[in-house]
Design a protein around this ligand. Structure first.
Ligand code: ASP
Ligand code: MG
Length: 424
């Protein structure tokens, strides 16, 4: 018996039947004697539908109003889930993020949790009730306005509540059986990982693996919250995210998995004068536009011209703003031209064992070469190698690398199942 935080994603509560299925799971956990706090996302693709709707009434909706609109999605599911749970004879009370004490800064659309004061949740638990909390939202103490935590933010709500309440575990229920060696939507032979360390999960999430949102993993690591990722559609065991790679046994697998990301674009600044200060000037302007960049590559300059090319990747959505910011400094930096490419994909290989095993990069590049896939950019960290390829080659690249590192499941182990969700 203990305190369990359970988070259910949108695909798990996509319709009335889903909500009833989840309620049965909650009731079962409560009947087993646990205190239960549930965090729920908006039903199915509700958040996307609300965004579409906002766009129809205004090309640039005020951020405050957009957050007010988007948080309504989670309010629908929390109330329905509390009703369905009560209908099974288990008392349940729903709470908005604000009522649950999720305090954030005032950055609408990407607010950070700065404190959690779950007094009302404690009261509900003390009374023997299940607390159902709307994910992805909080309230700014500064402005008193309702905020959202960024897409996929319900994961972060769940981990933050688990940390504040000192929960024994934070269960994240989704539409696959756990964290896999690759996205099962692309690699059906992907294997479920039994455990994964915080560091590896951070790299996977930062490299595009959608199973957990990056901030939730950062939060879990900081507060040592054990995160258990599982499917709400089956009783299968799932994946435990916990522990540090420093404590891994030496015989731990070299490679944990392959992640891919289609959300980035590439900008190339052509003909940059190769002298001190130019890179600083270029990237200062991009940073001033509030844009986060990812990989950067600078070529050797041609001896004849003293000019070089600088390429970098960034979120596709920030592409236009970055191009505009760079155009402004073209006269002062004196570069030739700008090129924008949004047909790229990023592939990353992650594994704590990479640190002490030579030859991983060579094998990685060989696998891509054997499949005729051209590498556009390369970057590495201690436990990750990433490459940029053509978007059209990305799926093949993921499968080739997955096979080259022996990650494919055997026929006996069977194929990974995707139970629901549009992957939207
Ligand atoms: N409903 C929000 C979204 O779709 C939050 C979440 O699902 O975690 O991004
Ligand atoms: Mg969602």
């Amino acid at each position: 018996m203990g305190l369990v935080v359970q988070k259910y994603g949108g695909s798990s509560v996509a319709d009335a039947a889903g909500i009833k299925r989840v309620a049965a799971r909650i009731a079962e956990t409560r009947r087993a004697g646990h205190d239960v706090v549930v965090v729920v996302s908006a039903m199915g693709d509700t958040t996307d539908e609300l965004l579409d709707l906002a766009e129809q009434v205004s090309p640039l909706p005020p951020a405050r109003e957009l957050d007010m609109l988007l948080t309504s999605g989670e309010r629908i599911s929390m109330a329905l889930l509390a009703m369905a749970t009560a209908n099974l004879g288990i008392q349940a009370r729903s709470f908005t993020g604000s009522q649950a004490g999720v305090i954030t800064d005032s950055a609408h659309g990407r607010a950070r949790i700065i404190d959690v004061t779950p007094g009302r949740i404690r009261d509900a638990l003390d009374a023997g009730d299940v607390a159902v909390v709307a994910g992805f939202q909080g309230v700014s103490t500064e402005t008193k306005d309702i905020t959202t935590l960024g897409r996929g933010g319900s994961d972060t709500t769940a981990v933050a509540l688990a940390a504040a309440l000192g929960a024994d575990v934070c269960e994240i229920y989704t539409d696959v059986d756990g964290v896999f060696t690759a996205d099962p939507r692309i690699v059906p032979s992907a294997r479920r990982l039994e455990t994964v360390t915080y560091e590896e999960m951070l790299e996977l999430a930062a490299s595009g693996a959608k199973v957990l949102v990056l901030r939730c993993v950062e939060y879990a690591r900081r507060y040592g919250v054990r995160v258990h990722v599982r499917s709400s559609f089956t009783p299968r065991p799932g994946t435990l995210v916990a522990g540090s790679m420093e404590d891994l046994p030496v015989e731990h697998a070299i490679i944990t998995g392959v992640a891919h990301d289609r959300s980035e674009a590439k900008i190339t600044v052509v003909g940059v004068p190769d002298k001190p200060g130019t890179a600083a000037e270029l990237f200062e302007h991009v940073a001033a536009a509030g844009i986060n960049i990812d990989m950067i590559v600078q070529n050797v300059s041609a001896a004849a011209t003293g000019l070089t090319d600088v390429s970098f990747t960034l979120p596709k959505a920030d592409g236009q703003a970055a191009m505009a910011a760079l155009s402004q400094v073209q006269p002062s930096v004196g570069f030739g031209s700008l090129r924008f490419d949004d047909q790229i994909g990023k592939l990353s290989l992650i594994g704590a064992g990479m640190r002490s095993n030579p030859g991983v990069s060579a094998r990685f590049f060989k696998a891509l070469a054997d499949s005729g896939i051209n590498i556009d950019m390369i970057s590495t960290s201690e436990i990750r190698i990433s490459v940029v390829t053509r978007d059209a080659d990305l799926d093949d690249a993921v499968r080739a690398v997955h096979t080259a590192f022996g990650l494919d499941a055997t026929a006996d182990e069977g194929q990974a199942t995707v139970y629901a969700g549009t992957g939207r």
